[in-house]
Design a protein around this ligand. Structure first.
Ligand code: DGT
Ligand code: CA
Ligand code: CA
Ligand code: ZN
Length: 575
């Protein structure tokens, strides 16, 4: 997704929040909120559009279009700055605490003078919130939990934003004269779900032009440190970037070193020492005499240590070195292995794009099958009805003629109720090609009840995929309390796939839980959960997470041919 669209979307959302908490017109606030969503999901880069063109985006009116155009040409929105100035920075920070939100943040400020997250935490502990409008008995507990989540994610950046920035950096630095190689390393190359900072590695005889080019990039706000081997900067969005420049001949050793993880590198160094060698970012050397053995490529470094090259997502010291020695490294699933997407939404519920737009985009990705799975009726705010979903099915069947190469599947995302039941009776469910079932409510049930409801969902012969199993949202909502091993056992026994939800805010299941599920023999579905056409590209992040969970294409049902997937969807184990 174009990065600019995301930025504008965030700013419009903030503008809407500020209108509503400063007592502005609720209708205007909602209009900006709507345009924020529209812009965030718009597939075309806003930079190429003038005010007229911007107004063509559904949900974007004249005044929004003017604000966007102002941002594109000047880098700011005057009206937003004016509203920001009315509210202390600490209060704006409180607005971002999960479970507080803008309205209550302002009530806290007005009624109790609370103007920072620290003051809020103190007020909760001193039980001062009970008198304030909008705060119930358990609010305090929830707020402390929200603050905790915010601190845990403390400054880490989600995978999509980090990837986009890193790709921009690599493109910009590669173009600097004298640069012979450039790539990102660190946790981003390992595809961790969040990254602390972005590590970029480059080779050149003279590092000065590269260091200068980094500090002069338009989106660099401060230079934290600058030297001839390493420069660190912070971007306007607060992300730190470390650039290291090494001689061309040391590329491989430096790439191994700065890709990490630290734990993986320690294991490698221990192996080196046992062989009378010393491994550093400059190369692999003989301890006696100090002669350089190798340093040019990663392959050579691993080979000199008696190992095959190990893919970065595996480099976490989770048994990869032992597996490499035994010739048992998994043949990791790749994005190009995916033949389809089994969890997507349209504007019939909370998606932004029409059925046709979603299908056209899926076709352009070269998929051989594609499921549309709009929300089912029990998620009441989505207002789904039997008539609406059946009408969608008719439209989809008609569109099938236009897409001979793409098999269109009609599905739904069911809601798993507290007892493990789902929307609609069996005879209606039987009409769908594929059903995803997800938890969207009752997040606080106790462990036994959560486990029971998810096992029952697996045992439903019409449920093919459990969507975003733990329901966590990175940095804002923790996972539900559930006995994962029991659910994985049920999924394997019943032939129900567990989703790897690829949305960068979710990545659910997470890597470690994927590894655990795989040991139970679970099959997985790597889906986008797209709510707009650009989201159909999310599986790249789910693939990274799946690789960190050691998955092969065989483990992932939507890499299979349609013939094979069709058999899986029959759930023979239950018949
Ligand atoms: P992050 O940024 O917190 O998401 O995680 P990483 O893994 O990118 O860590 P970072 O940026 O501190 O360092 C990048 C890599 O460089 C790291 O994975 C291993 C290597 N590295 C950095 N500092 C050290 C160190 O003091 N000792 C060792 N062994 N390796 C280091
Ligand atoms: Ca890093
Ligand atoms: Ca770093
Ligand atoms: Zn969902």
């Amino acid at each position: 997704m174009p990065r600019l669209n995301d930025q504008v979307s965030e700013l419009l959302q903030e503008y809407a929040d500020l209108i509503s908490i400063t007592g502005g017109d609720a209708f205007r606030a909602r209009a900006y909120e709507k345009s924020a969503r529209a812009v965030g999901g718009h597939p075309e880069d806003l930079a190429g559009l003038d005010v007229k063109g911007l107004q063509q985006i559904p949900g974007v009116g004249k005044s929004t279009a003017e604000k966007i155009a102002e941002y594109v040409s000047t880098g700011k929105i005057t009206a937003l700055d004016a509203l920001r100035a009315k509210i202390p920075a600490g209060v704006r920070e409180i607005m971002a605490v999960p479970s507080v939100g803008p309205k209550r943040a302002l009530a806290l400020y007005r009624d109790l003078g609370i103007a920072s997250v620290e003051e809020l935490a103190e007020a909760v502990r001193a039980e001062k919130l009970s008198g304030v409008a909008g705060f119930g008995e358990r609010s305090g507990e929830k707020i402390l939990h929200g603050i905790e989540l915010m601190r845990q994610s403390g400054g880490r950046t989600l995978l999509d934003a980090a990837t986009e920035l890193a790709e921009q950096l690599v493109a910009a630095l590669s173009a600097v004269p004298g640069c012979t190689r450039c790539a990102y390393a660190g946790s981003l190359r390992r595809m961790r779900e969040t990254v602390g900072d972005i590590d970029v590695l480059a080779t050149a005889e003279d590092s000065a032009p590269l260091m200068a080019a980094l500090t002069e990039l338009p989106y660099v706000a401060d230079v934290i440190a600058s030297g001839s081997t390493k420069t660190s900067v912070r971007t306007t969005r607060g992300i730190q970037v470390d650039l290291r420049v090494v001689p061309e001949e040391d590329w491989g050793a430096a790439l191994v070193y700065f890709t990490g993880s630290k734990a993986h590198n320690i294991k490698l160094r221990t192996r080196a020492v046992r062989a009378g060698l010393k491994l550093s970012e400059y190369g692999l050397f003989e301890v006696d005499g100090g002669a350089k053995v190798v340093s040019q490529t990663e392959d050579e470094v691993y080979a000199a240590l008696g190992l095959p090259w190990i893919p970065p997502p595996l480099r976490e010291d989770r048994g990869e070195i032992e597996a490499a020695l035994n010739g048992e490294l998994p043949d990791l699933v790749q994005e190009s292995d995916l033949r389809g997407d089994l969890h997507t939404h349209t504007d019939l519920t909370d998606g932004l794009a029409t059925l046709e737009e979603m299908i056209d985009t899926a076709a352009a990705r070269g998929y051989s099958y594609f499921a549309v799975t709009d929300h089912a009726p029990n998620l009441v705010m989505q207002r789904m009805t039997d008539e609406k979903i059946l009408a969608q099915r008719d439209r989809l069947r008609q569109l099938a003629d236009r897409h001979k190469k793409l098999r269109l599947l009609h599905g739904t995302e069911l809601n798993i109720d507290p007892d493990g039941g789902v929307d609609w009776p069996p005879e209606f469910l039987a009409g769908f090609d594929v059903c995803v079932a997800s938890v969207h409510s009752n997040f606080t049930l106790d462990r036994a009840a959560q486990t029971r409801r998810l096992i029952r969902a697996c045992e439903n012969p019409y449920v093919h995929v459990i969507g975003h199993l733990t329901t966590r949202r990175i940095g804002s909502r923790g996972p539900i309390d559930v006995d994962l091993d029991a659910v994985f056992e049920a999924a394997a026994r019943t032939g129900t796939a567990i989703e790897v939800n690829s949305s960068p805010q979710r990545l659910d299941l997470r890597d470690e839980d994927i590894l655990r599920a795989k040991r139970h023999g679970v099959r997985f579905s790597i889906d986008s959960d797209a709510h707009a056409t650009p989201h159909l590209a999310y599986p790249r992040f789910g693939i990274g997470t799946a690789q960190r969970g050691w998955l092969t294409a065989e483990d992932v049902v939507n890499t299979w041919t349609w013939q094979r997937l069709k058999r899986f969807l029959r759930k023979d184990a239950l018949r």
